[in-house]
Design a protein around this ligand. Structure first.
Ligand code: SF4
Length: 92
């Protein structure tokens, strides 16, 4: 799974490895742990909404407001992301 991460945060973390073809540069600040935001806890820094990909698919509000479930990304793995099944950008 580390060779083909489905979650954008995992993609960003692994992009710092020397063998990664592309570096993901996250923007924004980590959330205050005493005031965790609603929706996906990664939404304030995620490269998918930041790139406009979520908005272009009419789903920008889902990341910041909907209670995130853990949908199956591929049969042998799961990722807590609305866009895990889709091709997500690896950089903002
Ligand atoms: S649900 Fe939205 S904000 Fe959360 S990781 Fe997926 S694309 Fe990013």
């Amino acid at each position: 799974m580390l060779k083909a991460p489905k979650h954008p945060h995992t993609q960003a973390l692994l992009s710092v490895l020397p063998e990664s073809p592309e570096r993901v540069v996250l923007t924004g600040e980590p959330p205050d742990p005493t005031r965790i935001p609603g929706g996906c806890r990664f939404h304030a820094r995620c490269q998918v909404p930041a790139s406009g990909k979520a908005a272009s698919e009419g789903a920008d509000g889902r990341c910041s407001s909907e209670l995130l479930q853990v949908p199956p990304a591929v049969p042998e793995a799961q990722a807590a992301c609305y866009f895990a099944k889709r091709s997500v950008p690896t950089s903002a």
